[in-house]
Design a protein around this ligand. Sequence first.
Ligand SMILES: [Zn+2]
Length: 69
Amino acid sequence: MEKYCVNKETKDNPKGNHEVHKKGCHKWPENGEDLGEFADCHGAVQKAKDLGYSKVDGCVHCCPDCHNE
Ligand SMILES: [Zn+2]
């Protein structure tokens, strides 16, 4: 299991998405919202959506399987 978080801000994402990151990513946000631990990025992205983040995308670096745009 890996720790994931979602960026509360969208200014770093050209599409205006909230990026989901895995612990250890060099783009891990200092003030991100903790999502908990998941076996893969798909669960983390779903958790972020459940928390109310409507536009969510996986980080291209640490969550390539969940990176859509
Ligand atoms: Zn990342």
